[in-house]
Design a protein around this ligand. Structure first.
Ligand code: ZN
Length: 443
């Protein structure tokens, strides 16, 4: 009985695979999503594509062989100024296959995988081409922003408060849809750009857009980009959706306890990754026990800051519209799990609600939402300025020097470093005079 069943199953599988082979897949179209360090090519196909990819030299080309496949219509050519490709051609290969050849302008590292159908697209074959020569591969903080030369001269020695802004989704992942077809990835990108502009106008602050265009970034990579930019806060911006179109309003999330602890465990398990964490303390050098304690302390602080800022942002959203939930929500969202960077996720509105979809598209309302987030963030950092930032130096106590006082004594008295006092007062040496008024930075 058992044996017979096995034979039947094997036969069934054989027939199934035969029928798949008999029916050639159709390659319908090609899309490109260009990111700073890679380009994603997406082929729409009628079924999971059996394929092979390889590179050829002189001239450099990428070859994609689809087995048992036919081209349905001409493939879209890349834009003329594309950094990686110049031309895409296709031809029948080995009678039943389809060969696509891409002329390359730069050295690339190709990776391919299949995607199953979702709400927006059917079966797809994805090819990611990483630019081997691109500097933005490393996401160095230096490469991130140089647009703030003007305020830099004022705050020459104070460090900027860096805010990483993460517009959700992007590229092949459109996020949620509104009834009029508005895409979440588009409106959250618009709001993010407005938020970045507000932050960059504020002396002592700098915005880093985690996603700078219409392409997808893996969730862990988003966190890495924020860390490389030395961000003090990570703000992920989204729009919600629900099957009931009446549901509306904003919500603000921080990471749930379970999400945070599982991620911390993962980080500790990978000592290499954990090395850069917790305020420059190299965990890899420490015993496991110490590492756990340090991680807990860092996480506790991260959690408190996240919750404080989330609460402020939520209150500001209340002033401009409806709240979906009156309290800060908790969820295991991946992008919120950095143990060392305070992180919040803002669901700005329900894109599935026709009225809120209209608001999400309106420039005026986008600006209001950006301002609500901005105000919450700025208010927090004004109250709790990180040491040696413009906010700390301009939010200073005054101290008049009396006889016998030293700079180190004053630093001890206020619990700040001598260095930060010197920066706040532009002192070249440790010399001070009786009657001199010193600004004492907070924090
Ligand atoms: Zn989203």
């Amino acid at each position: 009985m058992l044996k017979n069943k096995k034979i039947l199953i094997t036969l069934g599988l054989l027939l199934l695979s035969l029928s798949v082979y008999a029916q050639p897949i159709s390659v319908n179209s090609l899309r490109y999503w260009t990111a700073p360090d890679h380009t994603r090519m997406v082929f729409d196909v009628t079924n999971t594509a059996t394929h092979q990819i390889f590179l050829i030299d002189k001239p450099a080309r990428l070859v994609i062989d689809f087995h048992n496949a036919k081209l349905k219509s001409l493939l879209k050519q890349p834009p003329k100024d594309h950094p990686l490709f110049s031309r895409v051609r296709s031809a029948t290969h080995n009678k039943k296959g389809l060969r696509v050849v891409v002329d390359l302008k730069a050295e690339v590292n190709p990776k391919s995988f299949s995607l199953n159908p979702n709400k927006t697209y059917g079966h797809r074959l994805v090819i990611d081409l990483y630019d081997k020569t691109s500097k933005s591969n490393k996401y160095s903080a230096k490469a991130v922003d140089s647009s703030k030369q003007v305020t830099k001269s004022v705050t020459s020695k104070a460090r900027d408060i860096v805010i990483a802004i993460d517009p959700g989704h992007g590229g092949e992942d459109p996020g949620a849809h509104g009834p009029r077809g508005t895409k979440e990835k588009k409106v959250v990108f618009d709001i993010s750009k407005r938020l970045a502009a507000l932050i960059n106008k504020k002396p002592g602050m700098k915005a880093v857009l985690v996603r700078k265009g219409d392409y997808y970034i893996k969730l862990r990579k988003r966190m890495e980009i924020a860390r490389a930019a030395k961000a003090q806060l990570f703000v992920s911006i989204h729009a919600d959706a629900f099957k009931n179109p009446k549901v509306k309003g904003a919500s603000v999330f921080t990471v749930s306890k379970r999400g945070a602890s599982s991620e911390a465990a993962r980080w500790l398990a990978q000592h290499e990754n954990a090395a850069d964490l917790v305020g420059g303390v190299k965990l890899a050098d420490k015993e496991d026990m110490v590492a756990t304690v340090l991680m807990d302390l860092s996480q506790k602080n991260t959690k408190e800051v996240s919750r404080n800022i989330a609460g402020r942002v939520l209150r500001n959203f209340k002033n401009i519209g409806h709240l979906h939930s009156q309290n800060v929500q908790k969820a295991g969202f991946m992008v919120l799990k950095s143990p060392d960077i305070p992180s919040i996720l803002v669901e700005t509105a329900f894109i599935s609600n026709p009225d809120e979809e209209r608001k999400l598209r309106s420039a005026k309302h986008q600006q209001k939402m950006a301002r609500a987030i901005f105000k919450g963030v700025v208010d927090y950092f004004k109250q709790y300025p990180p040491p040696n930032t413009y906010f700390a130096l301009n939010n200073a106590n005054k101290h008049i020097i009396s006889r016998g006082e030293t700079l180190s004594g004053i630093a001890d008295q206020y619990g700040v470093s001598m260095r930060s006092i010197k920066i706040a007062n532009a002192l070249a040496s440790n010399k001070i005079q009786i009657g001199q008024v010193l600004k004492i930075p907070r924090g």
